[in-house]
Design a protein around this ligand. Structure first.
Ligand SMILES: [Zn+2]
Ligand SMILES: [Zn+2]
Length: 533
């Protein structure tokens, strides 16, 4: 039995771990790398076609985004996740496929006019995303699920995103049993709507994230509702709009939660019945999913409202499900309003139209509620750019630029340590992953020196023997050749993957009758004859 580290090692995105138990090959998360990449990933130890199961911690693309690629390259096994994660995945994976197909199409069109622009195939198609969804097994929190002989799992709410989970994995082989706990992304205490992270009591080995392993959130929780009400009051008094670029899943619903409180308590006097538009089809779908899983996922405060038949993320004046025409009309009407739209970093989507209509207006406000990566339009605006380019047009920045800081879906250093201390006995080893290069190393060092753990921050390629508890191979950091992700798929890789799938089927064909084996061989040979020259 072994555990191999593939992705999100000394990096934050591209989560992927590999488990081998008996003849079964298992992945925990299969995420896409996003933004800046520091290190290369080692390839999977077996072909995609030979992966039997995937256990998914949550729906964020850096954990789930490559699942359709796994399918496209021959995976036909089962993907286990919680019910809310399954619903969110069906929105997010399809959206991800859509973005990639658009980008590939855009580049192909440009490539026809400019030979320097390489034509690309999308990494995977909408069909791949749809087919992936058919392999999902939606599970309940807190129930032990027997996957196959020697593998049992259980999902526990980790309070990071609706449906997010840590996963306990019991593995056994030849009478030896061990338990590994994968933390997934550990949530922040007191996030609106969803529960706080739950603890797990026992583990032999723990694989945990360390995004904020070097930082502490403000000790006093900011008064988000008060701050937001103030911004709304002064913007509306000027006759402007408040435009909020927001991630469609998670942050948008938190903003709706705050806005409901503001409306109920009458905190905005300038225009008390102000309309709120959620102008992002994905955000609207995600908001519905939140409503459907309230009983499983909401915290006490949100449940108290549900029990009084109040939807915590809805209120009079909220406009959802907006058509493209309605989206355009939003800016023709002069009533001061709140517009929440995606994408959160202003890189794509309808938010760009709203920026075009509001950035140059001194009476409007652009309110940022999430992290802005280097190189994005959102980052440029936050850092005080005088003008930005939108749809090929230069737009002056005259609007008030605000930030609602402190909102975070991740535990800080204290929260990470608190979660680890929830185990009744110290795990034998703690693997620290999902943190920037310096952060995961310093967090592992702190766990060892200040808290007496035995921890290790593996590089991609590290292999660990689960029975002996020994690292059998240490990964070596290989600096990434390409510094940022680009959606690239070369067709040759697809062909090679198809070949690997064929080999995997042959390896499994032992039980076939001799007649079938002969027929199969004939078909392969005929195919070879056809393509050989
Ligand atoms: Zn996440
Ligand atoms: Zn993550």
């Amino acid at each position: 039995m072994k555990l191999c580290f593939i992705g999100a090692d000394h990096e934050v995105t591209g989560s992927c771990h590999y488990l081998e138990v008996g003849d079964k090959h298992i992945l925990v998360d299969y995420g896409m790398e996003q933004g800046r990449i520091s290190f290369e990933h080692v390839p999977l130890p077996v072909s995609e076609a030979e992966i039997d199961y995937v256990f998914l911690t949550h729906a964020h693309i850096d954990h789930s985004g490559n699942l359709p690629l796994l399918y496209a390259r021959g995976f036909r096994g089962k993907i286990f996740m919680t019910r809310p994660t399954a619903d969110l995945c069906s929105i997010m994976l399809r959206d991800c496929a859509h973005i990639q197909m658009q980008e590939a199409e855009w580049r192909s069109r440009k490539g026809k006019r400019n030979k320097d622009i390489k034509q690309i195939e999308p990494l995977y198609s909408m069909e791949d995303a749809d087919n992936t969804l058919r392999h999902i097994v939606a599970c309940d929190y807190g129930t032990k699920i027997d996957i196959c002989e020697g593998v049992t799992i259980r999902f526990t709410d980790i309070g990071h995103l609706l449906g997010s989970a840590s996963i306990e994995v019991w593995v056994s082989e030849k009478g030896a049993e061990k338990k590994i706990v994968f933390s997934g992304d550990i949530g922040n205490n007191d996030q609106p709507l969803i529960k706080d992270p739950a603890f797990t009591s026992t583990a032999d080995y723990v694989v945990m994230e360390s995004t904020y392993g070097d930082r502490y959130h403000a000790s006093e929780k900011p008064d988000y509702v008060g701050e937001l009400a103030e911004i709304l009051n002064r913007t509306f008094a000027r006759g402007g709009n408040v435009v909020i670029p927001s991630f469609a899943v998670g942050r948008t619903q938190e903003m709706l939660y705050f806005l409901r409180t503001i409306k109920k308590d009458g905190l905005v006097t300038a225009v008390s019945d102000f309309p709120v538009y959620v102008d992002s089809p994905m955000a609207v779908e995600a908001t519905e999913v939140f409503g459907e899983h309230a009983r499983e996922c909401y915290d006490e405060e949100a449940m108290a409202l549900i029990n009084q038949h109040i939807n915590p993320i809805s209120f009079p004046g909220l406009n959802l499900a907006i058509t493209t025409e309605e989206s355009r009309a939003i800016n023709e009407d002069e009533t001061p309003k709140v517009i929440i739209s995606a994408s959160g970093m202003c890189e794509a989507g309808r938010i760009r139209h709203h920026l075009k209509h509001n950035l140059w207006r001194p009476e409007s406000t652009i309110l940022f509620v999430g992290y802005q990566s280097i190189g994005t339009t959102g980052r440029a605006i936050v850092e005080g750019a005088d003008e930005v380019k939108l749809f090929g047009e230069v737009v002056d920045v005259e609007a008030e630029i605000c930030k609602l800081t402190g909102l975070s879906g991740h535990a800080d250093k204290a929260g990470l340590i608190r979660w680890l201390q929830g185990f009744s006995d110290k795990p034998r080893k703690v693997f620290v992953v999902h943190g920037e290069d310096g952060v995961c190393s310093s967090f592992a060092k702190c766990l060892d020196e200040e808290y007496g753990y035995n921890s290790y921050a593996p590089y991609s390629g590290t292999e660990f023997d689960i029975i002996s508890g020994q690292i059998i191979k240490e990964g070596v950091p290989v600096t990434a050749v390409k510094k940022t992700t680009k959606v690239v798929s070369d067709v040759f890789t697809r062909l090679r993957a198809a070949g690997a799938r064929l080999t995997a089927i042959i390896a499994r064909s032992e039980g076939m009758t001799n007649k079938d084996k002969a027929k199969f061989a004939d078909q392969i040979l005929a195919l070879c004859d056809k393509w050989e020259d």
